[in-house]
Design a protein around this ligand. Structure first.
Ligand code: F6P
Length: 546
């Protein structure tokens, strides 16, 4: 029986503290502690993180760190760094930190040199990426490859797709990457539109190589290629990324063209494994190396920094503070970077597949809510869509703002006196300020506002946010941001006592879809599938399907 963290003295101390802090306004917290804007910040590698606009006092922060200690965060973290099987329900180590170890740093996982295995695969990936980029690798008809199509889903898609888009500036303009994930044929068909099979390389990315969507899309893509170039062309146009060589071979991809990884890399933690091959092909192995170094810099910080100044720990504990003490339902992630448009979607899998659990690692029910819901869109677009609710709605939604000092594509403003990046960043700062401090009825009335309108214009403020600033969106800072969130998710999972590295909840739906397929196509006709709603929907569908 794992201990119930909500029964701990540390949790109860936070409950008491919450009663004092919840009624306080951020205006008051800043007035009483003017240094907090400069002091409640933390540097994590190149990331400057301001967490002063949170509804905490310094005492709250101390108590949150006490809770982290009481839950055993340092021990669990060290267990991860020593290759222990902390994914208990699957009896696996959790080794994504090994994927970004520099040469010379060692990590033993399950009695093997994980670092050596990682560097071996990275070397092979690098050789392959070089050969595609240089044109040494040619398609079956001797053409250069100009498009790589990654076929994968979940962790085998979201990470590479998000990073490729974010690092647009670093990609070879001669090689485009496209990402196919959905089993809706619209995805594959639209992504193949306009492509020349002779110049297209497919990367079939699947940890298990058994995922229905991926195998279905890969089979359809293979047919498309074979129809144009013949069966013999497959070897030059299909490579695989997987942990399962047997299934790769059974699919018809030569395992000499397979890039492996290991069961100790969770799908949602795998963008820095061979799953990142499409990214490496487009940005090159050196830039991919910088991406890994960025992640490693944050891993070092997480491993060694005292909890009081440990960025991932502090942000995770603030997540716990709002989820469990304020009852917040979600956290909004707002990258002020158009190129990071897929970052919130990427983080959704990371946090929700990791921490959406109702039982603790030992199978006993949790006694607090778990699993933050992440959502978001890039700024400034979101400002013209859903920020109204953030500012004046009834829900408390803590926000993470992510911004950069320099834009990779700066353009002048209309009058030429400033840069569009300044407009973007002034919006970020304005939003964090308005969320925190708002505008009172008195201030609004003092402007001569029609009294009937005053209540509509009141900006309550007291809405918390974290501001994460980086000098520029580079491979390194992209890696740093990912690792920052990976470790937050882990720390939250430790607090809740859950296994953040399994995902049993996705299995039943997969099984039932397989069972329903022959009913939809009409090849099986049982009287009932066991519930009248699904029976009626099947009937409706079958009456209309093509
Ligand atoms: O369905 C969930 C999941 O198992 C994810 O955890 C994973 O990222 C995704 O499916 C894809 O799995 P695979 O890489 O094995 O195809």
């Amino acid at each position: 029986m794992s201990s119930d963290i909500t029964a701990s003295a540390a949790w109860q101390a936070l409950q008491t503290n919450h009663r004092t802090v919840a009624p306080l306004h951020l205006r008051q917290l800043f007035a009483e502690d003017p240094a907090r804007g400069r002091e409640l910040t933390v540097q994590v590698a190149d990331l400057h993180i301001d967490y002063s606009k949170h509804r905490v006092t310094r005492e709250t922060l101390r108590l949150l760190v006490d809770l982290a200690r009481a839950a055993g965060v340092p021990q669990r973290r060290d267990e991860m760094y020593s290759g222990k099987h902390i994914n208990t329900s699957e009896d696996r180590a959790v080794g994504h930190i090994a994927l970004r170890l520099p040469v010379g740093e060692q990590l033993d996982i399950d009695g093997t040199d994980a670092d050596a295995a990682v560097h071996d695969v990275l070397r092979r990936m690098g050789e392959f990426a070089d050969s595609v980029r240089s044109g040494a690798w040619r398609g079956a008809t001797g053409e250069r490859i100009t498009t790589v199509v990654n076929i994968g889903i979940g962790g085998s898609d979201l990470g590479p797709d998000m990073v490729y888009r974010a690092l647009r500036h670093y990609a070879d303009p001669e090689i485009e990457a496209r990402f196919v994930s959905n089993v809706d044929p619209a995805d594959l068909v639209s992504k193949l539109a306009g492509l020349d099979p002779a110049r297209t390389l497919f990367i079939v990315a699947s940890k298990t190589f058994s995922t229905l969507e991926t195998l279905t899309n890969a089979t359809a893509a293979r047919r498309w290629l074979v129809a144009a170039l013949g069966e013999d062309a497959v070897a030059k146009h299909f490579v695989a990324v997987s942990t399962n060589a047997e299934r790769v071979a059974a699919f018809g991809i030569d395992t000499a063209h397979m890039f492996g990884f290991w069961d100790w890399v969770g799908g949602r933690y795998s963008v820095d494994s061979a799953i990142g091959l499409s990214v490496m092909v487009t940005i090159g192995k050196e830039r991919f190396g910088e991406f890994l170094s960025g992640m490693h810099a944050v891993d070092r910080h997480f491993a060694s920094e005292p909890l009081e100044s440990n960025g991932p720990v502090l942000l995770a504990m603030l997540g716990v503070w709002y989820s469990n003490f304020f009852g917040a339902e979600s956290r909004v992630v707002l990258p002020y970077s158009n190129d990071m448009a897929r970052f919130p979607a990427y983080l959704q899998q990371l946090t929700m597949e990791s921490n959406g659990k109702s039982v603790r690692a030992d199978g006993t029910p949790v006694t607090s809510s778990t699993g933050e819901i992440f959502w978001g869109e890039p700024g400034t677009n979101g400002q013209h869509a859903f920020y109204q609710l953030l500012h004046q709605g009834t829900r408390l939604i803590p926000a993470d703002f992510v911004g950069f000092a320099r834009s990779t594509d700066d353009l002048p403003t209309r009058d030429g006196t400033g840069s569009m990046q300044d407009i973007l960043m002034s919006n970020l700062l304005a939003q964090t300020k308005v969320l925190a401090f708002g505008k009172t009825a008195e201030e609004i009335a003092a402007e001569g506002t029609d009294p009937k309108l005053v209540p509509h214009k009141v900006m309550p403020g007291n809405r918390p946010s974290t501001t994460i600033m980086a000098p520029e969106l580079t491979p390194s800072t992209m890696g740093q941001l990912i690792a920052l969130y990976e470790h937050q998710v882990f720390v939250e999972g430790i607090i809740w006592g859950i296994d953040s590295f399994d995902q049993w909840g996705v299995e039943l739906g997969k099984q039932q879809a397989l069972a329903l397929m022959p009913l939809l196509s009409g090849s099986e006709n049982p009287e009932s599938v066991g519930d009248s709603s699904t029976d009626a929907l099947i009937e409706w569908y079958r009456a209309r399907r093509r």
